[in-house]
Ligand binder design. Sequence first.
Ligand SMILES: Nc1ncnc2c1ncn2[C@@H]1O[C@H](COP(=O)(O)OP(=O)(O)OP(=O)(O)O)[C@@H](O)[C@H]1O
Ligand SMILES: [Mg+2]
Length: 506
Amino acid sequence: MPGSVDVLRRKAILLLRREREVFELRQERRRTEVWLNAFQALSSNLSRAGKGSLLEQWVTAMVDELTFQVAAVHACDAATGKLLLRAGLAQRELAAEVVAPPGLFEKLEETPCGFFARRSSHPNHPLGEALGLGMFHWLLLAGPGTSLLLTAGFVSGTEEFRAVEAQDLPHFLQLGRHLGALLDNARLFAALDREKSELSASNRELRETQEKLVQSSQLLAEVSRRAGMADVATGVLHNVGNALNSINVSVEILAEKLSSLEVSGVRRVGALLAGRGQELQRFLAEDERGPKLGPYLEGLGGHLATERDGMRNEVQSLRRHVEHMKAIVGKQQSHATTFDVAQSCAVSELVEDALTLSEHSLNQLAIQIERDYADVPRVVTDRHKVLQILVNLLSNARQALSGTASDRRKLRLGVEPLAEGRIAIAVRDSGVGISAENRERLFRFGYTTRPDGHGFGLHTSAIAARELGGRLTAHSDGPGTGATFVLELPLELSPSGAGRSSAART
Ligand SMILES: Nc1ncnc2c1ncn2[C@@H]1O[C@H](COP(=O)(O)OP(=O)(O)OP(=O)(O)O)[C@@H](O)[C@H]1O
Ligand SMILES: [Mg+2]
C-alpha cells in the first residue's frame, strides 16, 4: 500500500505542478493580452496624432493598462547632459528637468535594448538614481533631432511590493519601438501636411498667375487687334490716297478743258444769226462775214469734238480710279468675313492697268517707259491687291525719278517666269537709288525720306505681297544708280496664301 500512496503523492505533486504551470501560463497570457491591448490602443487612430499626444498616450497606457507606477518620456540633451520631461505620469510629481550623471548617455547608447533590475540583485542603476526609480525598464529612441528616453517602473523604496517582470521586457521594448515608428509617422505626416499646404499655396499662386496671364493675353490680343485695325486703316487710307491723287489730276485736267471750251464762239454765231429771220439768206450771200461762217463753224465743231473726246477719256480714267478706290474700300469692308477674291489675270495686263492708273503722274515728269514682258502663264490672284502694290511701286519710282535730270528719267517694267510656279514683276527706275544702309529699313512701318511721305507704301505692299503668297524685294547698287523692286507671285493663290491678317510683318 505504501507504494500506491507514493504513486498517489507523486501524481498529486505532478498535478499541482501542472496546475501551477497552467496558472503561470494563464497569468502570462493575461499580461500579454494587457500589453497587446496597450499596443492596439496606441496604434488605433494614432497614425496622424500629434507628437505630444502620442507620448501622452504611451505613458497613459504604461500606467493605466500595465499598472506601472511611473512612466515618463524624457528628451536627452546630450550637450548639457540634461533629461527634459516631455510626458510623464506618476503618483508623485515628476521633475521637469533632471541632471543626468556624467557619461549616462554613452552608456545608454551602448545598451539600447532595455534594462530591468531584479529584487534580489539590485545594484542601483545610475539612471534609476537620477529619476528616483527602483525597478524599471528603459529604452533609448534615437530620433533625427533629439533622442527620447522611455522609462516605466516603480519608485525607489517600493521594491518590496512591486516587481518588474522579466517577461515584460520584450513587450516593453516592442511597444517602445512601436512608439518610435508612430513618432516617425507623425513627423512624416506633418511634413506631408506642410508640403501639401505649400503645394496648395503654390497651386493657388499658379492659378492666380494663370488668370493674370489669360487676362494679359486677352489684353494683348485686344491691343494687337487694334494695332492691326490701325494698320489696315492706314493701308486703306494710303491706297485710297494714291487713287485720290490721280482723281485729282483728272479733275484738274477736266476743269482746264471745260474752261477752255469754245462756248463763247457758239454764242457769238448764235447772236449773229438770231433775229435775221427772212434776211438770213441775204445775209449769208451778201454780208462779208457770211462766207466765213461755214469754215468757222466747221473749225468750232472740230475743236469741240476734240475737247469732248479728251474729256471723255478723262471721265473714263476717273471712272477707273473710282472703281479701284471702291474695290480697295470694299475689300477692307469684307476683310473680316471673306477670303480675298481670286481671279485669273494676264500678268502684262495687270502691269498695264497699274500704268494706266498712274499715267497722269508719270506723264507729268515725261518719264520714258520701257516694257519687257516675257511670256508667262496667267496668274490666279487678287487683282486689286496686285494693283495696289504696283501703283505704290510706280508712285515711289516717280518720286525717285523726280530727283534726276529730265532726260535720264527711265522706268522699265518687266515680267518674267520664275521656278516652282512663280512669276516676277520688276519695276526698275533710274532714280536717286538707295544706300545699303537704307535698304534694310525700306519696309519698316513709318520709314520715309520724303518730307511729305508717310512710310506706309512699302510696308503695306510687302504685307499685301505676303497675303498673296508672294514677296516683295528691293535692289539697288547705291545712291544715284536707280532701284529695282521685284514682286514675286505664285501662279495660284492658295486659300492660305490669301491670308487676311494685316499683322504680317516683313
Ligand atoms: N524707287 C525708289 N527709289 C529710291 N528710294 C525709294 C524707292 N522707293 C522707296 N524708296 C524709299 O523708301 C521710303 C519708303 O517708301 P514708302 O513707299 O514706304 O513711303 P513713302 O513713299 O516715303 O511715303 P508713302 O507712305 O506716302 O508712300 C521712301 O521714303 C524712299 O526713301
Ligand atoms: Mg511711297
